[in-house]
Design a protein around this ligand. Structure first.
Ligand SMILES: NC(=O)c1ccc[n+]([C@@H]2O[C@H](COP(=O)([O-])OP(=O)(O)OC[C@H]3O[C@@H](n4cnc5c(N)ncnc54)[C@H](OP(=O)(O)O)[C@@H]3O)[C@@H](O)[C@H]2O)c1
Length: 188
């Protein structure tokens, strides 16, 4: 891992909702494809990216799909006695970042992606400890949610163009009657 910069990938609807009863409230194939591509692609083909997630997000992934393939999976938990099969365990976000920036994982990992859930996004967005790039899929609707992220504007993120990674950013797309768009934000 080159530096302690982290990327966040999240899809959020109006008012910042990201989940309901342990699942994502919508199904957008284009967003799932984007998530897979951005978290998997590396410049150095000898390396992999890492995905860092809270315990509930890990267990919300169907068993047959976890660990997420071709990525180093890190699960955050204060209580789990041992790492889930196929994943590493970290007791805090900063422990995860330290694990990923020191060997042996440091030599293998190119970029770090925080993939949820709400407290992990919130910590990364508000802590000030790490520069962040936020890949936000804005789902343009009001879905019932019980988990939320803060507004990027309230956390001093600014919107940036990111044409290389997001070929269709800022265009409103539509799938199954749901409008959405890809946006990128940064915080130093
Ligand atoms: N829309 C999206 O892009 C998106 C992405 C991901 C998830 N989601 C949705 O979000 C919901 C799950 O998120 P959630 O916020 O409820 O749970 P979560 O963040 O995935 O998991 C919470 C648990 O993770 C552990 N944890 C969190 N932060 C930690 C830290 N800094 N250090 C150590 N452990 C930490 C704790 O586990 P212990 O209790 O074991 O200590 C905590 O109880 C689901 O509905 C899911 O579908 C949506």
């Amino acid at each position: 891992m080159d530096q302690q910069k982290i990327n966040l990938v999240v899809a959020a609807c109006n008012k910042g909702g990201i989940g309901i009863e342990g699942r994502i409230p919508w199904r957008l194939k284009q967003d799932l494809a984007f998530f897979k591509k951005i978290t998997t692609t590396t410049k150095d083909l000898q390396k992999q990216n890492a995905v860092v997630m809270g315990r509930k997000t890990w267990f919300s992934i169907p068993e047959k799909f976890r660990p997420l393939p071709n990525r180093v999976n890190i699960v955050l938990s204060r209580d789990l006695p041992r790492a889930p099969e196929g994943a590493y365990l970290a007791r805090s976000l900063s422990e995860a970042v330290t694990m990923l920036s020191t060997n042996p994982l440091g030599a293998k990992v190119e970029s770090v992606f925080v993939i949820g859930g709400s407290s992990v996004y919130e910590e990364a967005m508000t802590s000030g400890s790490f520069p962040c790039t936020l890949y936000l899929t804005r789902v343009l609707g009001d879905f019932e949610c019980d988990t939320f992220i803060p507004s990027p504007d309230d956390c001093k993120f600014h919107k940036v163009p990111n044409g290389d990674n997001i070929p269709i950013e800022n265009q409103t797309l539509s799938e199954n009657g749901i409008d959405f768009r890809f946006e990128v934000y940064e915080k130093e």
